[in-house]
Design a protein. Structure first.
Length: 161
């Protein structure tokens, strides 16, 4: 098995809450590693995990990893109820089931065409869940463009100062 595959398996064991001694024993028995190799691998994975747990995005990635693992385990044991629950949580976490928000109302005093256009743009971008609800429309647009470029495989544009 590749070193990365072993690292991924050890990562899943660690994030599932198992004690390090249990993870080490499992790595030796299931992955065929020597005890010293298992300890080094666990140390490397712990350092990687520590680096991951420093930001919200990384915490989100860790939560997605855990939920995907729970979903796979539930499917493997044909526990449909748990698989659906894990998928539901994953959908909530990723904002896949957000109800569409109503477009912000435009006051009569502020009903210029530009204001109405900005409100319409925001109404399209806000439901995508790219940022917090109170993020400025310009930030929503910047994030949407970055996602489109990422999907197309293009390099993101430089941001304005």
């Amino acid at each position: 098995m590749s070193d990365q595959t072993n690292a991924d398996k050890v990562l899943l064991l660690l994030v599932s809450g198992l004690a390090e001694s249990v993870v080490e024993k499992t790595a030796v028995e299931s992955l065929g590693l020597k005890p010293a190799q298992a300890k080094r691998l666990i140390g490397r994975v712990r350092r990687r995990l520590a680096a991951l747990t420093t930001s919200r995005d990384e915490q989100l990635a860790l939560a997605v990893l855990r939920l995907n693992d729970l979903h796979a385990k539930a499917k493997a044991t044909q526990d449909v109820k748990s698989a659906i629950a894990a998928q539901r949580e994953l959908n909530k976490l990723l904002g896949l089931c957000r109800p569409p928000k109503a477009a912000p109302s435009v006051e009569k005093d502020d009903a210029s065409p530009a204001t109405a256009e900005i409100a319409a743009i925001r109404a399209h971008l806000a439901p995508l869940g790219l940022a917090d609800e109170d993020a400025p429309t310009v930030e929503l647009a910047r994030l949407a463009v970055a996602e489109i470029l990422k999907l197309r495989g293009a390099a993101p544009c430089a941001t304005a100062p």
